[in-house]
Ligand binder design. Structure first.
Ligand SMILES: *Cc1c(COP(=O)(O)O)cnc(C)c1O
Length: 391
């Protein structure tokens, strides 16, 4: 008994469990952390900065989940982003997201200031604006997309925009950190490359930093691997081991966290002390159609705004009142976290009370009790007591 799978195409949740495992009699079920800088001559790996069996296990599993030709692991999501941008010719034009991960926007800004790239940031939810920015007499070389966007959870039309990039000869990159391959496969929607901060949902336990690039074309993937070697932006071996361990439970973690996010977003939208809720699962009309067309679910990140013009102070009081939800910036872990975005330079000062919540695996009633009480403590004291609407 045993051998290669011969059934129907394997479901993605099954692949999350099986991909990237050693095979053969006597093999360990998991590739262990191979803690080595040096390998004896005669094998596949010349030196520990070039490759590592533990990285390979993680990379092949992520490539299988993203339907990619291959993947390259980096020391962080930011290192993966930097490696991709470093591959562009000097002065190349890049179109990126005006609302998007701050680290990406910051790096694009630095490269533009240094004259290395010319960068145009646009609203990626506006397909007409992105398409216009890509084209013209001096077309863009790279389109950088996030969907859902950080922190406003806006949706970009991935098939439409990746096709528009291809039409002008630009490479399209999608940061798939928020959706994860369990909810969205950009390479099957026309993207050339996917970037992950595996620090977030893939790792899933707030205990490691790691990034990944996945590509639809094997030669492009190998060029990126060569750049990792030349720049030395390699991941730690133990981090790669832990990220793959996290990936094994990604499907079940995301199912639970997303179900919590759907319920909490619904309750927040009906909460009298909440001004606005941003969540793909609450979208209607064209945005809802976009979600249905390109993703398998809304994910587990919810943003909401409190306090109106006094939002910063109100948001700070909400964070201070939390007893269960952790006030911090990162996301995608088993713990529910809440971050007041305006404290980060570069985030929109016109949204002073914008809170971004990463829903974890706690009981949803416990999370709600904590949020509801923190909102009552933090926001109600900001102004006249408002009447609570029920039902
Ligand atoms: C965190 C994050 C990154 C950067 O990843 P690091 O692992 O922190 O370097 C990139 N994109 C998104 C959407 C992120 O949330």
């Amino acid at each position: 008994m045993g051998g290669e799978w011969t059934g129907h195409p394997m479901e993605r949740v099954t692949r999350a469990v099986t991909a990237g495992r050693p095979t053969g009699p006597g093999a360990t079920l998991n590739t262990p952390p191979v803690l080595a800088s040096t390998f004896r001559d005669g094998g596949d790996i010349g030196y520990g900065r070039h490759d590592n069996p533990t990285w390979q296990a993680l990379e092949s599993a992520v490539a299988a989940l993203e339907d990619g030709a291959g993947a390259v692991a980096f020391g962080s999501g930011q290192a993966a982003t930097a490696a991709l941008l470093a591959g562009l010719p000097a002065g190349a034009r890049v179109v990126g997201p005006a609302v998007g991960y701050l680290g990406t926007r910051g790096l694009l800004g630095e490269l533009a200031a240094a004259g290395a790239l010319r960068v145009e940031l646009v609203d990626v939810t506006d397909t007409v604006a992105v398409t216009a920015a890509l084209g013209g007499p001096d077309p863009a070389r790279l389109l950088w997309l996030e969907s859902p966007t950080n922190p406003l959870l806006g949706l970009a039309d991935l098939p439409g925009l990746c096709a528009a990039a291809r039409a002008v000869g630009a490479v399209s990159v999608v940061d798939n950190t928020f959706a994860t391959p369990m909810r969205q496969r950009p390479l099957t929607l026309g993207a050339d490359l996917v970037v992950h901060s595996a620090t977030k949902f893939i790792g899933g336990h707030s205990d490691l930093l790691l990034g990944l690039v996945v590509g639809v074309d094997g030669a492009a993937v190998e060029a990126i691997r060569a750049r990792r070697t030349s720049t030395g932006s390699v991941p730690g071996v133990f981090e790669a081991f832990l990220a793959l361990r996290g990936l094994r439970t990604l499907a079940v973690r995301l199912d639970r966290a997303e179900a919590g996010a759907v319920e909490l977003a619904r309750r927040l939208a009906g909460h009298p002390l909440v001004d606005t809720v941003h969540f793909p699962g609450l979208a209607v009309g064209e945005t809802a159609a976009r979600l249905a067309a390109q993703a398998d679910g809304p994910g587990a990140i919810v943003a909401f705004e409190v306090g109106g013009a006094d939002g910063r102070a109100a948001g700070e009081r909400v964070l201070a009142a939390l007893q269960l939800v952790v006030p911090t910036t990162s996301l995608g872990g088993v713990e529910t976290t809440l971050d007041l975005r305006v404290r980060w330079p570069g985030e929109d000062p016109a949204r002073p009370g914008l809170l971004r919540m990463s829903v974890g695996l706690e009981d949803v009633e416990d999370i709600w009790a904590d949020l509801d009480r923190a909102l009552d403590t933090g926001v109600a004291t900001a102004g006249p007591v408002r009447q609570r609407v029920t039902g």
